[in-house]
Design a protein around this ligand. Structure first.
Ligand code: SF4
Ligand code: SF4
Length: 167
């Protein structure tokens, strides 16, 4: 390699270093866009898509609008929703412990259990879109850390009741 080629290579390397440091320095002086959790928390979650959650009735927020039609279960491409309703006793059967079956169940207008497996959810929104009574929305629950994927099975009915009690 000639001396002039060596100088040329050194110049190109130095120039690229200065440009890179300039970009780094500029970013370093700008205000941060991330927060260090748990010291700080994000204050604007209006556009955040957390796991889906049930919406309560205006007159009773602890009771979901859900009419247990099963449309969301059918629409979910990831099979992460389970809606169970009481199965009506057949004629002549004794009334025993309540048996639950997948929604919809004839005559049942309220769900007995609504579970979402958040470990499978792709946050596509198809369930909320399919709901005829607007009973599903994305939650603003960003801080979900679990050690076991089974803990991502969220009981949405219990969550709705808990939130309604807090309000
Ligand atoms: S957001 Fe999509 S993947 Fe998640 S529960 Fe709803 S339909 Fe299923
Ligand atoms: S689509 Fe809506 S009303 Fe039907 S089961 Fe799902 S949440 Fe309930």
């Amino acid at each position: 390699m000639t001396v002039s080629a060596l100088f040329q290579e050194a110049y190109t390397g130095l120039k690229s270093l200065v440009i890179g440091l300039g970009i780094t320095g500029k970013a370093f002086c700008q205000p941060g866009v991330t927060v260090i959790y748990p010291k700080e928390e994000v204050d604007n979650l209006s556009t955040f898509r957390g796991h889906v959650e049930l919406i309560g009735k205006d007159e009773d927020p602890a009771v979901p609008r859900c009419v247990a039609c099963g449309a969301c279960v059918k629409a979910c491409p990831s099979n992460c929703l389970t809606i169970l309703c009481p199965v009506p006793a057949k004629e002549g059967e004794e009334g025993g412990p309540v048996v639950m079956g997948p929604a919809p169940q004839k005559g049942s207008k309220t769900p007995g259990a609504v579970i979402v497996d958040f470990s499978l959810c792709s946050l596509c929104g198809q369930c909320a879109k399919a709901c005829p009574v607007d009973s599903l929305q994305f939650s603003d629950n960003p801080y979900m850390v679990r050690l076991d994927r089974r803990e991502f099975q969220i009981d949405l009915l219990a969550r709705l009741r808990r939130l309604a009690e807090q309000d």
